[in-house]
Design a protein around this ligand. Structure first.
Ligand SMILES: [Zn+2]
Length: 189
């Protein structure tokens, strides 16, 4: 448990408990008060904003679980989240898990943006915030997060390419070696 976070008891993502920072709760409350004239729109806006952060962490949790790891907790902050996962035993898995967050965002953002181009989705008052936060802003955040900078997912995500290239090279090398040995054995017999 991290300091300053409170449990969201009704929320459970793939069996992972979700915690929220009290600052995020304060801002949620303020946003709600500001939007009291249109409470439904306020709630949709708040859910879309924090939904974006939750979606990203849920993506990490989902991929980690698929790889056989135990995601323990999801923390939601005001600007970003954090998913606690038992340390993967290899770098390749760590890199795949890094992709999970961004991919979850893109899986939602791209259809929303396409749908918005085809229909006036953003013009409708209640779907507007969903398109803005989970569509456009999410896409920008995802691309930013893919920059190869320390503390961003891009730092790990792009390492997957060199890991895979090495993997294939080693496999090809191993195959050549085996063929060589078989050939020599055949010559002898
Ligand atoms: Zn992430």
């Amino acid at each position: 448990m991290m300091k300053g976070y409170l449990p969201i008891r009704f929320l459970n993502i793939f069996g992972v408990p979700v915690w929220i920072h009290w600052w995020a709760l304060v801002v949620m409350g303020l946003l709600f008060v500001i939007s009291l004239r249109e409470p439904l729109l306020g709630i949709i806006t708040i859910c879309s904003y924090f939904g974006l952060i939750l979606l990203h962490e849920a993506g990490h949790a989902y991929v980690a679980r698929r790889l056989g790891y135990h995601p323990r907790e999801i923390y939601l902050g005001l600007f970003h989240g954090y998913c606690v996962i038992d340390a993967p035993d290899n770098l390749r898995d760590e890199c795949i898990i890094a992709w999970g967050g961004v991919l979850a965002q893109l899986v939602v953002a791209i259809p929303l943006i396409v749908l918005n181009q085809a229909t006036p989705l953003a013009q409708l008052s209640f779907t507007g915030p969903i398109v803005v936060f989970l569509g456009f802003i999410s896409l920008i955040v995802a691309l930013f997060n893919l920059m190869p900078i320390r503390n961003l997912d891009g730092n790990k995500a792009w390492q997957l390419i060199s890991i895979e290239i090495n993997h294939f090279r080693n496999k090809a090398k191993a195959k050549r070696l085996t063929q060589d040995i078989v050939r020599r054995l055949k010559k002898r017999s």
